[in-house]
Design a protein around this ligand. Structure first.
Ligand code: SAM
Length: 256
């Protein structure tokens, strides 16, 4: 089950169990919204645990309904919540499906990545380019190379697209990077999450040309030996895992 469905199911189960418990044990609690919400939160957290959702969901369920009750008490116009929800959706898009949130490569990573690019003119792809700042930095430093970023979150894409206006060697495209062939690129950069890595490896193996380089920020490919691991030396101890997908013998022993 997808994380979103599991979360919704945990909330519904939490509400049903909490309502039943309160009805049987102490019906007057229905009049104390915050306490009743606390009971629902505890039940939803338990349901989430039973549904084997990742552990951090438990704390979210625990506080979700009490926070809703508190916010409701503030009497804020519901349109504000809708507005915030729409903005978050446009920035993060379907993180529940892609399982890749938005976080950005820092400038130290960009500088190290520059040293990994071929010395000759080349084509570089950033799959899921976020606000495009990494590509802009690379494109400024290497005017002889062509950079393409693909981003599916509408507002994040717009931000990246506007930022790249006027740069002749940096293009930003809105779309799903799974639909983009990797065969046109000399270097493919990925800063995703552990979830899509096995699928990315299969795609890279099928499409990338011999000699081309796949660089994964932070997330190694399970069961695949990288050609090298480059430590960026920044505060978050960023590691760039470098692979040559088209090198014979690199068999992906991983499942999706
Ligand atoms: C961790 S951020 C990395 C941003 C940028 N590459 C960087 O290093 O600064 C991952 C980005 O990938 C985007 N993304 C996730 N899945 C995607 C998909 N299937 N197609 C296009 N973009 C995607 C997310 O919206 C997010 O902006």
């Amino acid at each position: 089950m997808s994380p979103l469905r599991t979360a919704i199911l945990a909330q519904i189960l939490g509400a049903i169990v909490a309502a039943a418990l309160i009805q049987i044990g102490y019906p007057k609690l229905f009049n104390q919204t915050l306490l009743a919400a606390g009971v629902q939160g505890a039940c939803a957290a338990l349901a989430s645990h039973k549904l084997e959702a990742p552990r951090w969901w438990v704390s979210i369920h625990l506080v979700f309904m009490p926070l809703v009750a508190l916010a409701y008490g503030l009497g804020i116009d519901p349109l504000w919540y809708l507005g915030v929800f729409v903005i978050l959706l446009l920035v993060f898009w379907r993180t529940d499906k892609s399982r890749v949130p938005l976080y950005l490569s820092n400038s130290a990573t960009a500088d190290v990545l520059l040293t990994l690019l071929p010395a000759t003119p080349c084509h570089v792809l950033d799959i899921g380019c976020g606000d495009g700042r990494l590509l802009r930095r690379l494109a400024q430093a290497r005017p002889d190379c062509e950079f393409l970023g693909i981003e599916h979150a509408p507002l994040t894409f717009l931000w990246a697209w506007i930022g790249a206006l006027g740069m002749v060697n940096c293009r930003i495209r809105r779309g799903d990077f799974w639909r983009q062939s990797l065969g046109l690129f000399d270097v493919v950069y990925a800063f995703l999450s552990p979830v899509p890595m096995p699928r990315l490896w299969r795609k890279a193996r099928a499409e990338m040309r011999p000699g081309t380089l796949l660089v994964s920020n932070s997330f190694p490919l399970p069961d695949v030996d990288p050609e090298s691991i480059v430590c960026v030396g920044d505060r978050r101890h960023t590691r760039l895992h470098c692979y040559r997908p088209a090198v014979a013998g690199n068999i992906p022993a991983v499942a999706e």
